[in-house]
Design a protein around this ligand. Structure first.
Ligand code: ACO
Length: 424
């Protein structure tokens, strides 16, 4: 076999030939490597999936060493700069090709007509304390949608599946805007279907009829940049929940919960808290010292896959200047730039190949546009919804997939007898 791995088991001296396909071996092949017939066979042990591919996907390509990100083959920089509609990129991510005008019109109409939310969801939202974390509310409301659409459980029916995709894409901006307004004690605003996807979201959020074109563009670009990122933590959750054939609302709620964590999408919130804490440029060196001593993490830096500048961070940094032209400069930008400069020249960060990621500059833009810090991850979820749905759809229709169920290496006790409580 030309592309294969030859393995000799030193326990038995037996030889095995394992085919290499797309640069990977099927770890199930390792199960044939046994010392005797009773042996379970070899497993792969890979905490945190550092080197395990569990899917074949055609959606997003990342080369972390070169800092490349493409959706369906199109470079992220081109999509961010040249696409004038988030829904166009969403179509591309979901269906695999850029839409014709007719296809885009139909896709937009199917999604925008789902921007209206059933009243019962508003009632649930009103039950939350005004100070509740917006992500807690979003997780809950996405899960609650499943109670309204029980037919969504029939996930093997492609028409029903598509309907839920339109609903989740249409409902999510409205839910996010309603959550924003609820935390401020403001009445909800109806969707305006004449506006773009991003424009409608901003208008519903801030209670306006029109949206500043720079803010609309910024929102669109940010949604495009966040739309998918292959098998990250939350996408893995979406696929994992989906693999049990749970409905997509349950899966999206789970993915949103995973995104909330500070090591994932919650990092954008943490970056702003960090900049607030540093307060002045003079305090930057002392903060970096603490990071290098292992006492802190420089939030918004580092990535499991990128060992180079995150291409999304480059676009966002540029976008920040465009937004600040309208809003005035966010004073925290200077601190962020100083942090980045020191970190990029410092041996600690160079050695570990730590660069700014998507979250480093996004929060500065969100804050300048009027979003509170604890709302940043909601905006990430809004952009990522299409990626989750495309990955879920790919998973459901992949004949190789089954319920996701990792193995474990058991290192606990062997069998032992129960001890009554008075003898312990
Ligand atoms: N600040 C300081 N040191 C760091 C950072 C950081 N932000 N990130 C990694 N390191 C160091 C680690 O301490 C470790 O050092 P060591 O080898 O001396 O122990 C080394 O770099 C490797 O780090 P790991 O944690 O093993 O890398 P991993 O791939 O598991 O983590 C992660 C990636 C979680 C993104 C990490 O870089 C991090 O915590 N960054 C800050 C949080 C953040 O910005 N998350 C958003 C990621 S993008 C997204 O999800 C949207």
């Amino acid at each position: 076999m030309v592309n294969s791995l030859q393995i000799t088991d030193s326990r038995t001296q037996k030889q095995y030939t394992i085919p290499i396909e797309n640069g990977a071996i099927r770890t199930m092949e390792l199960r044939n490597i046994k010392v005797n017939d009773d042996d379970f066979g070899i497993m792969g042990y890979d905490p945190a999936f550092m080197n395990t591919a569990s899917v074949k996907s055609k959606i997003t390509y990342i080369d972390g060493d070169k800092g490349i990100l493409r959706y369906r083959g199109y470079p992220i920089e081109q999509l961010a700069e040249e696409s004038h509609s988030f829904l166009e990129v969403a179509y591309l991510i979901f269906h695999g090709e850029l839409p014709t005008k007719d296809q885009l019109d139909e896709w937009r109409s199917n999604i925008m007509s789902e921007c209206f939310i059933p009243e019962s969801i508003a009632t649930i939202l009103k039950g939350f304390d005004l100070s509740s974390h917006p992500m807690g509310m979003l997780v809950s409301l996405l899960g609650a949608l499943s109670t309204l659409y029980p037919e969504s459980q029939n996930i093997h029916d492609p028409t029903i599946r598509m309907k839920q995709v339109y609903r989740l894409m249409g409902h999510t901006p409205t839910l996010c805007a309603m959550i924003f307004r609820h935390t401020k004690g403001l009445p909800f605003q109806e969707p305006n279907l004449q506006l773009s996807y991003s424009g409608n979201f901003l208008a519903m959020t801030f209670g306006t009829t029109t949206v500043h074109p720079v803010f609309e563009r910024a929102m669109r670009v940010l949604l495009i940049l966040h739309a998918d990122h292959e098998q990250n933590c939350s996408t893995n959750v979406m696929r994992c929940i989906g693999s049990s054939l749970a409905n997509p609302y349950a899966a999206a709620a789970g993915a949103t919960a995973a995104l909330w964590g500070p090591l994932h999408g919650g990092a954008n919130e943490e970056v702003l808290k960090m900049l607030d804490e540093i307060r002045t440029i003079e305090n930057v060196p002392a903060f970096i010292k603490e990071v290098k001593e292992g006492k802190r993490r420089l939030m918004g830096f580092g990535h499991r896959v990128y060992k180079n500048y995150d291409p999304r961070a480059r676009v966002i940094k540029q976008l920040a200047y465009e937004v600040f032209e309208v809003t005035g400069k966010n004073p925290k930008l200077e601190i962020a730039l100083a942090l980045e400069k020191i970190a990029l020249e410092d041996e600690y960060f160079i050695k570990r190949r730590l660069y700014p990621n998507v979250d480093f500059y996004s929060g500065l833009i969100y804050q300048a546009m009027g979003f509170p810090t604890n709302f940043f991850t909601v905006l990430f979820a809004l952009g990522r919804m299409i990626g989750w749905l495309a990955q879920w759809n790919e998973h459901i229709t992949d004949p190789e997939q089954k319920i996701a169920r990792p193995r474990q290496v058991y290192v606990g006790y062997d069998e032992r007898p129960y001890i009554p409580i008075n003898q312990r």
